[in-house]
Design a protein around this ligand. Structure first.
Ligand code: C5P
Length: 222
């Protein structure tokens, strides 16, 4: 059977990575979390006290940065210059800064090249904001996952509580809305449904139901 590419885009906290991981596992494909790459760069730039508005300094950092995604026992591990930063890139400081870093054209061009190089042989499930529109425009399956802001904030809130992290639902709603606004209104490769993407509103669907819908579309194309 053919090893296809599956692109999953959508707004923040819509459940993209959760379903992408399960679909990848079912198909024995690799899963690539492109948001983690922007987060890793953001984390390093903050560590270095770089201005997140300054494209040239971000590029200087990115050109000297190795970002690796590796399967681990409890999900994907993110390595930054050889160090495991899987947890560090999920802090609210990084989360609330990453949309500034990801606005820059040169940063995106370099990230897209790296992401495309991971997907050269097919057999990938990739999630992000611009996968169907820019990174893998020829992906056999394109999904655009949606859910209401309230539902996404509640899901993230419950996830935080389960992990024992502090969490404020109203603040989460504001942060998610702001990130969506920045990601959809930026000039370069904004968050947007590809014309040929299948939209799935997950507001009242279970993870399993979303996975089944994507698997049906994938199996048609394999
Ligand atoms: O998916 P995640 O929420 O981890 O993404 C973090 C941020 O990285 C997004 O809010 C967006 O600013 C940026 N991003 C992007 N393009 C992608 C993936 C993520 O601009 N393909």
């Amino acid at each position: 059977s053919k090893r296809i590419s599956i692109a999953i885009d959508g707004p923040a906290a819509a459940g993209k990575s959760t379903v992408a991981k399960i679909v990848a596992e079912k198909l024995s494909y690799i899963y690539i979390d492109t948001g983690a790459m922007y987060r890793a760069l953001t984390y390093k730039a903050i560590q270095k006290n770089a201005s997140l508005e300054d494209e040239a300094s971000l590029m200087e950092i990115l050109n000297n940065t190795v970002i690796e995604l590796q399967p681990g026992e409890k999900g994907q591990l993110i390595y930054l210059d050889g160090l495991d930063v899987t947890n560090e890139i999920r802090t609210s400081e990084v989360t609330n800064s990453v949309s500034i870093v990801s606005m820059h054209k040169l940063v995106r061009e370099e990230m897209v090249l790296r992401q495309q190089s991971f997907a050269l042989n097919g057999g990938v499930v990739m999630d992000g904001r611009d996968i169907g529109t820019h990174v893998l425009p020829h992906a056999e399956v394109k999904i655009f996952l949606l859910a209401s802001v309230d539902e996404r904030a509640v899901r993230r809130h419950n996830e935080n509580i389960q992990k024992g992290y502090p969490s404020d639902l109203e603040k989460l709603k504001e942060e998610i809305s702001l990130r969506d606004k920045l990601d959809s209104e930026r000039e370069v490769a904004p968050l947007k449904k590809a014309d040929d993407a299948k939209e799935i509103d997950t507001t009242s669907l279970s993870i399993c139901q979303v996975v089944d819908k994507i698997m049906d579309l994938a199996i048609e194309r394999i």
